[in-house]
Design a protein around this ligand. Structure first.
Ligand code: SF4
Length: 435
């Protein structure tokens, strides 16, 4: 649950100025119930926000100018300079990709025309999911179904509310559910040592259980749950430090539950071969569906990562890490990982797009090649770009559309009039036209 409290006191616009039902683009949940007011000092989150939303909406972005080689220039000059660099590049790399649906469509078109490679800054986490989806398939649910149907949430190795501060408030500890057969209280199980349980509070939260395996061994516990449910004998007294009696007890509870939902955030599973944890969860969900009902729910997807993966899939047939260098889409999730390409001296230009938060700067190894940045003002840059073009944030500076973390809906983002900064999509389209 978020610790954020609404802004109050002098300087905060009256509630009558508020714009309601605002969708928030600052994490993959895309909560669409915020109230935001605007006055001469900027935007103010006055209802249903969280600390991430406040940081995103209330940030000041005025005054940033396009630059070429560190000198302020007009927008046309910056677009011309970016076009020249892309035109001369033998293999441009399009990274970051923190933008909305229109922005990523424009990136794909430009990469296609210029023979470049596309990869999102948060792809590494997403690929912990993609590899399982591509190889074995899975049974997943949506935020809405989990909110209304689940009676048990199993949090797998992830501090969810650090990435998504309102997850427990919006999905687990909700005041009511659509269906009367939903049990009054939900059980929350934390799988993993040291997970922060502070978000799991409120009237809908019943029992809280914890199985304290080391995070990089959580997959072993999940696999042991599967084998227990299948009836396989276990001779070990403990698995990954968890007594076998605790694993058997949880296996029984999972089978007795009406609709257990396993939740993880791929960016939290930051250890080698973490996709094996996702595989183990996916197998357990399938096992539980033999006699009952269960599902997975993968979170993450901040910085427009879900939109990037979806648009890349429907335009190229592949979920990012796609090269257009041969004139047609070529997919290789290892070969076309932009951080690896930069480290190996592949690519001769990096075009970096980051329109949501100032934290999505290019990797340090980006200093090996010229850099073109389409970024939100204040974007953290370790190396000076050849061209910098400040762009607006979809949902704050201009309207847009973004795909939610469960991949089932795209939500409209409002123009809240925070600034006159241009859309990344328009800059990219202008470059493509001039190329
Ligand atoms: S939880 Fe995420 S989408 Fe919801 S208000 Fe906070 S940052 Fe925005």
């Amino acid at each position: 649950m978020s610790n954020w409290t609404p802004a109050q006191g002098p300087g905060v616009p009256p509630k009558s100025n508020a714009i309601s039902d605002v969708a928030c683009p600052f994490c993959g949940l895309v909560c669409d119930d915020l109230e935001i007011a605007r006055d001469e000092s900027g935007l103010h989150v006055i209802k249903n926000g969280c600390e991430k939303a406040v940081a995103g909406f209330e940030r000041k972005v005025d005054g940033a100018k396009p630059q070429v080689d560190g000198r302020d220039v007009d927008l046309e000059t910056a677009i011309r300079a970016a076009t020249e660099l892309i035109g001369k590049s033998a293999l441009p790399l399009y990274g970051g990709l923190g933008t909305d649906v229109d922005g990523i469509r424009a990136v794909m078109a430009l990469a296609d025309k210029s023979g470049g490679v596309v990869d999102h800054a948060l792809s590494e986490g997403q690929y912990r999911n993609f590899r399982v989806l591509q190889t074995t398939g899975w049974i997943m649910t949506t935020l809405t179904e989990a909110r209304n149907r689940a009676d048990m949430f199993i949090i797998v190795g992830s501090d969810l509310h650090k990435l998504h501060p309102r997850f427990y408030e919006r999905i687990v500890n909700v005041e009511s559910s659509l269906f009367s057969d939903t049990p009054e209280k939900r059980t929350v199980v934390f799988l993993g040592k040291g997970l922060d349980q502070s978000g799991a509070q409120g009237s809908r939260i019943g029992e809280i259980l914890a199985l304290g395996a080391d995070l990089d061994r959580v997959g072993e516990v999940v696999a042991a749950l599967s084998s227990t449910i299948r009836g396989a004998p276990t001779v070990a007294e403990s698995i990954a430090g968890v007594p076998i009696a605790e694993i058997r007890a949880l296996a029984e509870r999972l089978q007795a539950a009406t609709y257990p939902v396993f939740v993880w955030a791929p960016p939290s599973l930051a250890f080698p071969n973490a996709d094996l944890v996702v595989t183990a969860v996916s197998d357990l969900v399938k096992e539980l569906n033999v006699k009952g009902r269960a599902a997975g729910l993968a979170l993450g997807g901040n910085e427009g990562a879900i939109s990037a993966g979806a648009v890349s899939s429907w335009q190229s047939g592949y979920p990012l890490r796609v090269s257009f260098a041969s004139g047609k889409p070529d997919y290789d999730f290892l070969r076309y990982a932009i951080p690896n390409m930069l480290a190996n001296g592949e690519g001769d230009l990096l075009v970096w797009i980051a329109s949501f938060t100032p934290d999505l700067g290019p990797p340090a190894c980006a200093g090996k090649v010229p850099l073109v940045v389409l970024g939100t003002p204040g974007l953290k840059l370790a190396n000076p770009p050849r061209v910098y073009i400040p762009v607006g944030t979809p949902g704050a500076d201009h309207a847009g559309r973004i795909i939610r973390v469960d991949n089932v809906v795209s939500l409209p983002l409002k123009n809240l009039g925070r600034s006159n900064l241009p859309r990344a999509a328009d800059i990219l389209a202008a470059i493509e036209l001039a190329l």
